[in-house]
Design a protein around this ligand. Structure first.
Ligand SMILES: C[S@@+](CC[C@H](N)C(=O)[O-])C[C@H]1O[C@@H](n2cnc3c(N)ncnc32)[C@H](O)[C@@H]1O
Length: 243
């Protein structure tokens, strides 16, 4: 894995197989980014994809990973009788639980087989959290998004969550609040580097996704993350609702 290339699906596979890594490290985060935050993250997700107060929904998690957040989502889905389809590499999902309603599908999305065909137009909620940035850097962004939207039923929701937007980050770091934040070097580790700008998502990409989806029969909105999330000052979400 080269230092100036963003992680790709195969890098994540290798990390998932590395027994020396913690669950957070397997999904590319230092422990401090996620530890203890999964309930807060799920509460924020629930504002956009209402999973807590609904039952019997069909939910797909694309790029589900194997960290605390995924295990907590599985528990919510079991409790609320949702069907949950977990998609990621075999290496990443092998230790996740499964049942008749917690279905693991190993592979890189979009699949080049028919395993998802029966879900086309059938899905209530799709979660794609902390994933799109890697798709943008390595794969076909619009194919990934269109194939996701194809799975949704009318009024189904897709949350493209936790998008690191370099313009949002710069606006924050230029603000008084950001300058204070910068004084605490522990908090900003890795967050101020400007290398590889061409590989980063920025306002132009985030807003292009919104514009594009609105042209394809969807409502789409850029939404902030709750302020108590660890990366809320430099990440945001896109909520897509299929008409
Ligand atoms: C940063 S992790 C996020 C994991 C999880 N969504 C979370 O927030 O805890 C990114 C994950 O996306 C997966 N991934 C990346 N591209 C993918 C693709 N095209 N299809 C399926 N999974 C993908 C990686 O294997 C990795 O597990």
């Amino acid at each position: 894995m080269s230092s100036n290339k963003e992680l790709n699906f195969d890098d994540f596979k290798k990390m998932a197989s590395d027994k020396s890594l913690s669950a957070s490290e397997k999904i590319g985060f230092p422990d401090s980014y996620r530890k203890g935050f999964s309930t807060k993250i799920l509460n924020d997700i629930n504002l956009k994809l209402p999973i807590y107060n609904t039952t019997n929904k069909v939910i797909v998690d694309i790029g589900c990973g194997c960290d605390e957040l995924t295990f907590e989502l599985i528990e919510v889905c079991k409790k609320n009788n949702h069907t949950l389809i977990l998609i990621d590499s075999e290496e990443m999902i092998q230790d996740l639980p499964s049942s008749d309603k917690i279905i693991k599908l190993a592979g890189k999305f979009p699949f080049n087989d028919d395993r998802l065909n029966k879900y086309v137009g059938q899905v209530d909620y799709i979660l794609c959290y902390s994933v799109i940035f890697y798709v943008f850097a390595n794969d076909n962004l619009y194919d990934f998004i269109h194939q996701s939207v194809n799975l949704l039923k009318a009024n189904g929701h897709l949350l493209i969550g936790d998008i690191p937007n370099i313009d949002k980050r710069d606006r924050f770091l230029d603000s008084e609040e950001g300058k204070q934040f910068l004084k605490n070097s522990n908090q900003v580790k890795g967050s101020t580097a400007h290398e590889n700008r061409d590989q980063k998502m920025d306002d132009s990409i985030v807003l292009a996704i919104v514009t594009r989806l609105r042209r394809f029969g969807c409502e789409a909105y850029v939404m902030p993350q709750s302020a108590d999330l660890p990366m809320a000052n430099r990440r945001e979400d896109i909520l897509v609702i299929r008409r």
